[in-house]
Write a protein of this length. Structure first.
Length: 111
């Protein structure tokens, strides 16, 4: 893993097209620490999610679709961005990026 990815302050996880967790950076390891941290590498993400998240994830994997949303937990707002990844045009799985957002955030429309 490249150092910039390893030390990026947002969580980055990578899974294959079957949902097997392949990589996580330091921030992701910390977020998932109570669930096993890096020991989760090699496990299936479908086994870690309850319904309806499991069905949504299964659909994303099968149909190569993304998902982006925000959450608020313990007074912190985060954006979750899940997107398919490809190598030489071949679908390989998806990447999840998760990072904190300010509770109040400016929005600009640019032309």
């Amino acid at each position: 893993m490249n150092n910039w990815i390893k030390e990026y302050p947002g969580a980055i996880t990578l899974c294959d097209k079957d949902g097997i967790l392949l990589e996580m950076n330091d921030a992701a390891e910390k977020i998932f620490e109570e669930d096993g941290g890096r020991a989760l590498i090699g496990t299936n993400l479908l086994d870690c999610h309850p319904e309806p998240s499991k069905s949504k994830l299964r659909d994303m994997l099968e149909n190569q679709t993304g998902n982006t949303y925000t959450i608020e937990k313990k007074g912190k707002k985060k954006i979750i961005h899940q997107t398919p990844w490809f190598e030489n045009g071949e679908y390989k799985g998806f990447i999840e990026l998760s990072f904190e957002l300010p509770l109040e955030m400016k929005h600009f429309i640019r032309s």
